[in-house]
Design a protein around this ligand. Structure first.
Ligand code: ZN
Ligand code: ZN
Ligand code: ZN
Ligand code: ZN
Length: 389
């Protein structure tokens, strides 16, 4: 399903065209590429292995997972030196020999783990909820274990998030298309890929997911979530007009489905504003943000990631606008100072949200300082110039 290219020549096959190996489901554009793969591409030996692993899609997921774990452990090597996994208590994983990771908001000696152990834990918790019919709320909560740290309750980020995305996908890829867990797993993979900035791959995963959901007649809210995720990838790839259009659709969808003050509508408005910010339409950003920040404070709370992000984006629009007044610039600085303090307290200094707000704060201070310098020169020039009176 996410393998949409010919295994030999990389021609895009979409979701249905082309030819499949009858044993392992590896996809080709046609018989020529298939024959070549068998004779020269090593498929004569690999085919059995791929079939044994559960088919081309599963094999691909497994391979990508192993690569992603290596990348994640390497990125965390410095940080995890001398530590042990809080799940299996070992430094090196007994079976896979992988190293430790930690990319959440845990501090001190807390939260070091193997990606495999985190994945195993999430898999068991979710299976338990499914087998015992624990209900929708438990299912949702346990599903979150795939990308939220159970100790600090914050999302994993960067390459660790990506490795967990592949872990989740490889766990559920074998389920039937109509099983929503399969689609959720694909969504989880999309998030992880985006977080690790693999935007091109994220795009194909998110497009495949949306197409699959439409095919199986997924409910409207699931489609809206998938569209929202796809729009964010358009945005990351600089395809801003496409992002803006899609976010506009998502916004009207949520508005119809859940009303003006729901978290979903709020999120959609915010995402829409982010693209406007990228396009330099600061006036509209400011007016949108003034409308939704009070709602966000009420719905999410003051120290929630979303509220902090919204306030910081609002501040950015304030200081980036060429027509900003001195008061606007001062408001931007005080807003960011406050947001930075809160982010540091809640998420820690190394969290991407905190470092991003810090950068915004530095920019806003620099803009304010430059403007104040200009103003004071203007004032002294005015003071020196004799009046007409
Ligand atoms: Zn081909
Ligand atoms: Zn094969
Ligand atoms: Zn472990
Ligand atoms: Zn944590």
């Amino acid at each position: 399903m996410i393998l949409t290219q010919c295994a030999v020549c990389a021609t895009d096959l979409g979701l249905t065209s082309g030819k499949k190996c009858g044993r392992c489901n590896t996809r080709y554009c046609g018989p020529e590429c298939q024959v070549q793969h068998w004779k020269e591409g090593g498929h004569d030996k690999l085919c059995k292995l791929i079939k044994k692993a559960g088919g081309a899609e599963q094999y691909h997921a497994n391979t990508k997972y192993t690569e992603a774990v290596t990348v994640a452990a390497e990125a965390c090597a410095e940080d995890t030196k001398g530590q042990t996994c809080y799940i299996c208590t070992q430094a090196v994983h007994w079976k896979t020999k992988e190293g430790l990771v930690r990319m959440c908001a845990c501090r001190g000696t807390a939260g070091f783990a193997h990606v495999s152990c985190l994945a195993e834990q999430a898999k068991i918790l979710f299976a338990e909820a499914e087998e015992n019919n624990l209900g929708e709320k438990a299912l949702t909560e346990r599903w979150q274990q795939w990308d939220v740290c159970s100790l600090c309750e914050q999302h994993y980020h960067g390459v660790v998030h990506c490795a967990l995305g592949w872990a989740c996908w490889k766990t559920y890829v074998g389920r039937p298309e109509a099983d929503r867990v399969r689609s959720s797993a694909m969504g989880m993979l999309g998030f992880g890929l985006s977080d690790a900035k693999h935007h091109e791959v994220a795009l194909s995963v998110k497009e495949a997911n949306l197409a699959m959901m439409r095919r199986v007649g997924a409910p409207e809210y699931s489609i809206l979530v998938a569209q929202n995720n796809l729009a964010s990838t358009y945005q990351k790839l600089g395809r801003l007009e496409e992002a803006l259009n899609l976010y506009r659709d998502v916004y009207s969808g949520w508005l119809k489905l859940t009303g003006e003050e729901s978290m979903e509508t709020l999120g959609a408005t915010f995402n829409y504003a982010l693209v406007l910010n990228d396009l330099g339409n600061y006036k509209e950003v400011k007016s949108l943000m003034r409308r939704i920040i009070p709602v966000a404070r009420r719905v999410f709370g003051e120290s929630h990631e979303h509220t902090l992000r919204m306030r910081s984006e609002y501040a950015e629009a304030l200081y980036e606008d060429d027509d900003a007044t001195l008061d606007d610039l001062r408001e931007a600085v005080t807003t960011l100072e406050d947001a930075e303090r809160t982010a540091r307290r809640v998420f820690g200094g190394a969290h991407p949200l905190t470092t991003w707000i810090e950068r915004q704060l530095q920019n806003s201070r620099a803009t304010l300082a430059a403007r104040e310098a200009v103003e004071s020169i203007r004032e002294s020039v005015e003071a020196m110039t004799p009046g007409d009176a």
